[in-house]
Design a protein around this ligand. Sequence first.
Ligand code: NDP
Ligand code: GDP
Length: 334
Amino acid sequence: MKKALITGVTGQDGSYLAELLLEKGYKVYGVRRRTSTANYENVEHIKDEIEWISGDLADLSSLIEAVNKSQPDEVYNLAAQSFVEASWPQPLFTGNVTAIGVTNMLEAVRIARPAAKFYQASSSEMFGKVVETPQKETTPFYPRSPYGVAKLYGHWITVNYRESFDMFACSGILFNHESPRRGMEFVTRKVTNAVARIKLGLQNELRMGNLDAKRDWGFAGDYVKAMWLMLQQEQPDDYVISTGETHTVRELLEVAFSYVDLNYEDYVVIDPKFFRPAEVDLLLGDCSKAKQTLGWELDVSFEHLIHMMVEADIKRVLAEHKYRSEIITDVAVV
Ligand code: NDP
Ligand code: GDP
């Protein structure tokens, strides 16, 4: 039986990846923080199938212990302070976890199980103020946030360990990917949650930042398959994973609100609080290399993704508030 160690397993991607690996018959070890906010919602349904190990990306000893204990064939390093906006008020914490944490994890693997294959969760935020469009593996990087800078360090230290120590280390440069398990602070989930609450009469406005920003949004369930495929190749390498389509935040609003027959213009208020000190205006990925080499394909379109998220949020909000008589219960889409 193959063994996999996942950091960040309680997060969006970690939960989908753990499901995928369990389906494939892996023994899955999940690193969780003792200081975590202990949100196990994403893994509630599989928590008894995961072998839990206490650890923190900022604590090398705990990671060595985790690798020693699990002796994994594959290590997926998904843990991070992953929210761009939080990286300005917390640049040092972001650097400690999202940048130096990668070296900690690589060191743990090098010391305790150098033969393990290693996946690093890199990000399209490394392209930042893009120097070419679409962005691919050879596009120069220009990060625009402490998060982007930290991810760039994580990317290069992964490449460096591959070249220095002959480790099977891959960096997946993933463009934005979303799901009903996405954190509430990210723009897609903030919008779909608000649409559900507005439709159900619990909220009457949505405060937003820059509606002109463009992102290449895919479905997290499709993207974790690419992570696994990277570690099944003969040679370690780096890959862009994206949809090849870009949409503005305004288009996201249109798709989400119109799905429940609402007009976003009646509810959205622009609030300067949500504008960022430096913005990433446009992301659009070219994933030809992943398609050709890994045979990776995506199943879920942008519209399907947003509809799926709106439906899931309506169901969840209804379940949370079912005792409240003022809620409209005959929403057409659920
Ligand atoms: P989430 O924010 O949903 O999950 C982050 C995970 O990291 C959580 O399980 C969290 O655990 C854990 N974590 C945070 N800090 C530490 C720490 N110090 N030690 C151990 N664990 C920690 O992120 P996603 O699932 O969306 O993303 C997964 C990875 O992919 C991240 O590295 C992210 O930066 C990267 N990425 C994501 C993209 C996206 O669009 N989703 C795009 C490109 C890259 P806890 O429950 O304890 O908080
Ligand atoms: P990011 O690409 O990792 O920063 O993912 P986010 O989902 O946090 O943000 C995507 C884009 O949406 C960024 O360009 C933000 O500036 C923009 N945006 C506009 N309004 C908001 C908002 O209210 N919240 C968030 N999170 N992003 C917003």
